[in-house]
Ligand binder design. Structure first.
Ligand SMILES: Cc1ncc(COP(=O)(O)O)c(C=O)c1O
Length: 394
């Protein structure tokens, strides 16, 4: 064996993670949808899925995906710019543009790839990106990939964002980038303020509505609708079909010049085989179900309020003020893992979120509510969490 054994080195690094309570492992869940699932052979109440509206198992989405696969095949078989753009891709993109009240839109394989493509497709060397401290990993990676100058502002601090944009360097494109709903904290970006900042500073504002699409706004169109904002040309709206929309794929909607730029420059759109027909068909159907079944969003918010009320009454520190992401602050990584394990023993699954996913000292259980849940599930989850807390001694 070589003195610099690479596997031994990796093993040592893994051990370091284990000691700090930071090692991760993959847990099998079956099936992936619904309120009750089986985790490692044990039936549990699932409080960890982003299937906020319960659409992942919806018959209409399943049928649409199956029909598309039967009629059109299992793959798009080429990249978008080669022979991979099917009628379904273009029809879905028109549907998304209408949904977001935007001029035009593009559909990607995943939300992660959308963020990579949008940010690194719009900004490059000589440009400036100003980014919220708690933005999702995909936006952070996208900023790095762009090779633009990147500055990070304290969470939701739009005044600091404005100062950083004003300081420059100027001369290139300016991008202000924020999650619309923060994935680990569940709180919302100050969208109206950010938009004013972008307008004053001559920047484009990229808002990632991965967790807002289908959830926020009167008809589930996202944070702009929630705040009563009519999208202007400087707003670049990102979203996913992988969470509330019960499918897969990401999208960007906005001004034609922005989208045309991405058709020319977004490498995660161009250098990969186009999303398969089944995925596209499920996404298109999800938009229709969203319009047909508004009760799902109403139920989701009612259930979320019930869980949040139960937990705050029991003395837990819940980080978000509203919505289906209900993060319960623990602090250290090891106690968070112990609490999650004790919760699982009581039949409720909510894994611990630890660094680097969240900042040091803010490990948490991220409970997520779905319209597939019932009110009694919210009571069961809160009750089990209280018992787990007693057992762990927190
Ligand atoms: C804020 C945010 N943006 C983007 C993504 C990536 O979306 P997708 O799962 O569709 O790749 C996620 C989660 O995965 C997210 O939480």
């Amino acid at each position: 064996m070589h003195a610099d054994d690479p596997l031994a080195l990796l093993q040592k690094r893994l051990e370091l993670r284990r000691c700090g309570g930071l090692a991760r492992r993959l847990v099998s869940i079956g099936p992936a949808t619904g309120a009750r699932v089986v985790v490692e052979g044990r039936p549990v109440l699932l409080m960890a899925s982003n299937d906020y509206l319960g659409l992942a198992g919806h018959l209409r989405l399943r049928r649409a995906a199956a029909r598309a696969a039967e009629e059109l095949g299992a793959s798009s078989a080429a990249s978008r710019l080669a022979a991979g753009t099917l009628d379904g891709h273009l029809a879905l993109e028109r549907q998304i543009a209408r949904f977001k009240h935007a001029e035009t839109a593009l559909y990607f394989h995943t939300g992660y790839m959308t963020n990579l493509g949008v940010v690194s497709g719009l900004a490059g060397p000589g440009d400036l990106i100003v980014s919220d401290q708690l933005n999702h990993a995909s936006l952070i990676d996208a900023c790095r990939l762009s090779r633009a100058t990147v500055k990070v502002y304290p969470h939701r601090d739009w005044r600091a964002a404005e100062r950083l944009l004003a300081q420059g360097p100027g001369g290139g494109l300016k991008l202000l980038v924020s999650d619309g709903v923060f994935s680990m904290d569940g709180d919302l970006a100050p969208l109206a303020r950010l938009l004013e900042v972008a307008q004053r500073q001559g920047a484009l504002l990229v808002i990632d509505d991965a967790h807002a699409t289908g959830v926020w706004g009167e008809t589930g169109r996202g944070t702009a609708e929630h705040f009563g904002i009519t999208p202007g040309p400087e707003l670049v709206m990102v979203g996913t079909f992988s969470k509330a929309m019960g499918g897969a794929g990401g999208f960007v909607a906005g001004h034609r010049v922005v989208i045309d730029t991405l058709v020319n420059r977004a490498r995660s759109l161009l250098y990969t085989t186009a999303p398969p027909p089944s995925q596209v068909a499920a996404a298109a159907e999800a938009l229709k179900v969203l319009a047909d079944e508004p009760w799902r969003r109403q139920k989701l918010h009612q259930l979320s309020a019930r869980l949040r009320g139960n937990l705050t009454n029991a003395g837990f520190e819940v980080l978000s003020p509203a919505g289906p992401i209900v993060p319960v602050l623990v602090g250290g990584a090891e106690p968070a893992v112990s609490l999650s394990r004790a919760l699982l023993e009581r039949g409720v699954y909510a894994p611990a979120m630890r660094p680097p996913t969240v900042p040091q000292g803010t490990s948490r259980l991220r409970l997520a509510v779905s319209a597939a849940h019932e009110p009694a599930d919210m009571d069961q989850a809160a009750q089990a969490l209280q018992e787990a807390r007693r057992e762990v001694g927190l």
